[in-house]
Design a protein around this ligand. Sequence first.
Ligand SMILES: C[S@@+](CC[C@H](N)C(=O)[O-])C[C@H]1O[C@@H](n2cnc3c(N)ncnc32)[C@H](O)[C@@H]1O
Length: 314
Amino acid sequence: MRTWREAWGEALYGTDGFYRREEGPAGHFTTSAHGGLGAVLAEVVARLADEAGVCRVVDLACGRGELLHHLHDQRPDLELVGVEVVERPRDLPSPVEWLRSPGGPTLPDDLRDLDALVLAHEWLDVVPCTVAEVDDDGVLREVLVDGSGAERLGDEVAADDRAWADAWWPAVTPSDRVEIGLSRDLAWRDLLSRSASGMAIAVDYGHARTGRPSHGSLTAYREGQVVEAVPDGRRDLTAHVATDSLGADEVVTQRKLLHRLGLTAATPEHSRAATDPLGYVHDLGRASTIAALTDPHGLGGFHWAMSRSRTCQT
Ligand SMILES: C[S@@+](CC[C@H](N)C(=O)[O-])C[C@H]1O[C@@H](n2cnc3c(N)ncnc32)[C@H](O)[C@@H]1O
């Protein structure tokens, strides 16, 4: 048996890891980067790049470049870079740069001195973290797992993980679980340390101290279904992110951010259906896309953790 963190890393990023598969993440689940949602997301990202005063967008953990396609279509003036664990997709527009990455918490050496808006959309949730559980004596122990998903408790968690749990996710009730966010915090800090100017943004399902999931959130997806969490390389393994411990300048919900940028789901005046039917249908479609992206019980609940690079701060 191995620690969940170790097994999770191997299952997603090992030689035959899930994220190296031909079909990519979009073969198994849909995100806000895909389809019509992705077109609006691209608009938001381009707006934030403009606000940050940069003309380069790095899409870290970019899947097969879905969002980069939208950004390229809408804003060919932006320099675009995709970072992923696989080879450059053949259909990616040629001006888009591509960097290969080891995966998980590890970033490519070439990703540094960034003067860019760096977007990590659903990256941190797939950075494996220590999974721990409180035993009958109140001790926080690592959860071990085998290739079939069977679990048992191992040693007490290491001192640095323990310190993180004490500070951010204290748990004392037997069988409560803690997904220790230290590996995500360190990955985020590593990303920030590579930014010379601009902004870094991590977007994920997240939680804060007041609303931790006491039985954890580790789950798996395969072919559009939620399935049992088994580290077998044939399914995505993901756990929500403790976004408050990242130390970002600001964490806002996607709903709040989009509203702040003036994107609301207001439907167009019905009278336009007669005078401008095509425009009416277009605006109706856009309103329903924005409604999906801002749904407080769905995608609107995503956390946007944002930090301006230190050299940009006043
Ligand atoms: C949940 S998918 C999200 C894909 C895309 N951003 C989207 O929202 O549709 C997570 C992606 O992160 C990628 N990933 C994980 N760690 C990475 C790393 N260190 N560098 C680059 N990509 C990484 C995985 O290969 C996978 O494609």
